[in-house]
Design a protein around this ligand. Structure first.
Ligand code: BJW
Ligand code: ZN
Length: 237
């Protein structure tokens, strides 16, 4: 029997935005001008060629700005409004959860709509598409700006990560939606939840390294299967 008052945690990845038109990282859309997205999301790539990396992010910002949240984002926002104890953890930087109405989002890998200085403590929202200058420069000190996202080898925000660990460790139910479950530490959160007694539901058209551990699989697109699951969950089925 499902407990409607138990803490529910949703962990999302790029797949939750796929039906909105945002390319995933490791799918067929994970290429930009013959570069793998994961090869550009590194501090080394930025040091080597900040212009190239910014052109990649400028392109992604352009793509995302033209996308709308899909029924999976909307269902997750509804879950937050309805459930007494709910936490959304996302690896996505696209802001689509927030645009769908989610209020409290633990953004593990940052936010593509925030820029910060590589030298001073300047940090600001920036929704301009395209950016007027590439690579953009700090208005305070003229150093390079960078997107406020977490690249490979960089540490996640300690407070955000702590809150994600805490939510995962006390979850009664965790839904893992649209992630390849390859990138740490995000990929460990569902296992931590399960070790502490949570039921795991994976929503993904494909198998992932998490699949063998999941208690239930919704095999298909999140935008179709999540609203349907939510209807059944609320009905106690
Ligand atoms: C659908 C769908 C539909 C399609 N519906 N689903 C322990 C062991 C080994 C390595 C490490 C370790 N700890 C740390 C590391 C190193 C590294 C790591 O994990 N490497 C592995 C790849 C091996 N981790 C880090 O460096 C992290 N930092 C860290 O841990 O610091 C401490 C430390 C450092 C070094 C060593 C040890 C400790 C930082 C990770 C930062 C990841 N950054 C990126 C870029 C963010 C900025 C940006 O967006 O540009 O985050 S990389 C990229 O991957 C992005 C994503 O958030 C992340 C995860 O990808 P995601 O979301 O899963 O997307 P995909 O494309 O992989 O999968 C999409 C899924 O959707 C697929 O399964 C589809 O089937 C599915 N799908 N359509 C539902 N309609
Ligand atoms: Zn600066």
């Amino acid at each position: 029997m499902l407990d409607l008052t138990a803490p529910v945690v949703v962990l999302t990845g790029a797949g939750v935005s796929a039906e909105s038109g945002v390319p995933t990282f490791r799918g067929t859309g994970g290429l930009w001008r013959d570069y793998r997205a994961t090869d550009l999301a590194t501090p080394q790539a930025f040091r080597r060629d900040p212009r190239l990396v910014w052109e990649f992010y400028d392109w992604r910002r352009d793509v995302i700005a033209a996308c709308e949240p899909n029924p999976a984002h909307h269902t997750i926002a509804l879950m937050e409004q309805t459930l007494p104890d709910f936490t959304l953890i996302t690896q996505n930087v696209d802001g689509l959860h927030q645009r769908a109405g989610s209020q409290n989002v633990l953004t593990l890998h940052g936010d593509i709509w925030i820029v910060r200085c590589t030298t001073c403590d300047y940090r600001s929202q920036d929704h301009r598409v395209p950016l007027p200058e590439i690579p953009p420069r700090c208005p305070r000190c003229e150093s390079l700006l960078r997107p406020d996202v977490v690249w490979f080898g960089e540490t996640l925000d300690a407070d955000v990560l702590q809150r994600a660990w805490t939510a995962a460790s006390r979850a009664g139910l965790m839904l893992v939606v649209g992630t390849s479950a390859l990138v740490q530490p995000a990929a460990s959160l569902p296992l931590l939840a399960q070790e502490n007694g949570a039921m795991l539901i994976e929503v993904n058209p494909d198998e992932t390294p998490l699949s063998p551990y999941a208690n239930q699989h919704l095999r298909g697109p999140a935008g179709e299967l999540l609203p349907d699951w939510w209807g059944r969950f609320q009905a106690g089925k």
